[in-house]
Design a protein around this ligand. Sequence first.
Ligand code: ATP
Length: 291
Amino acid sequence: MNAIELRDLTKSYGKSRGIDKLNLSVEEGEFFGFIGPNGAGKSTAIRTMLGLLRYQSGEGYIFGKDIRKDKIEILSEVGYMPSEVFFYPKMKVKQVIAYTAKLKNKKCVDEAYKLCERLSLDTTKRVNQLSLGNKKKLSIVIALMHKPRLLIMDEPTSGLDPLVQKEFFSILKELHQEGTTIFLSSHNLLEIQRYCERAAIIREGHIIACDYVRTLMHSTTKRITLTGDIDFTIDGMENLKKEDGQVSFLYRGHMKSLLKMLSEEKISDINIEDPDLEEVFLHYYKEGDEL
Ligand SMILES: Nc1ncnc2c1ncn2[C@@H]1O[C@H](COP(=O)(O)OP(=O)(O)OP(=O)(O)O)[C@@H](O)[C@H]1O
């Protein structure tokens, strides 16, 4: 069964576009990445699929349950970490935990305390005494404490220090091994590359690419690095970098024609490699680029 199934899901905010005919399938048990430039529609897609926003058309199912009709059942199986966190400022961390466990109607306080310990979050502090990063930790604890079947995280690591990020991903990996489906929306392409099996790229409210991360990286685009006497340009050269007698660029054309052109130039070395994920995604992000 698919954990997430969205078909032509459309949500607009009056004049401004949110998501437009968005299609997406995430299988149960996947570690899935969701990426796109600012304003692409990531948070809108997430909040719509969780039944938190009204939408105009299309359909959506979480574990086969209808996002329009079965909101409460869906939320009981999901752990959601929003990109922005709000807690009652005067509550202590331990009070937030107790209150949340009551709302979720699950015995999960012990699990929450274990998570606080692993993330170094002091449960005796009041929310208004917490730094931004520590508020984020609390939001992680709240999303994870009931061991949900599906975890949806919107920009979870922004504002967390590297040590906490490492521990956070160790926790996610453990949950994933236990069968939890993880849907991670992030601007950090390295963490998508490192942890996600598949990823979807959203731009202007549409999914423009969805595949295994490895496949996305092995696109037809290559990074070419040339050493030698280089003062020529080639059609299809992008992201040009020049340093220390080397020229490096992304190339999207036919390899045969590139090699033919280069054979006539004074080049002492050539290196052809796959670009890193960041470069591939930046290429997808750019408005008007073909896939
Ligand atoms: N409450 C709202 N009212 C009007 N327009 C909105 C509202 N929320 C989002 N939008 C618009 O919907 C589009 C998608 O926004 P959304 O927040 O989903 O993008 P995002 O991909 O999550 O962006 P970011 O990476 O910056 O968080 C944007 O054009 C945004 O301006």
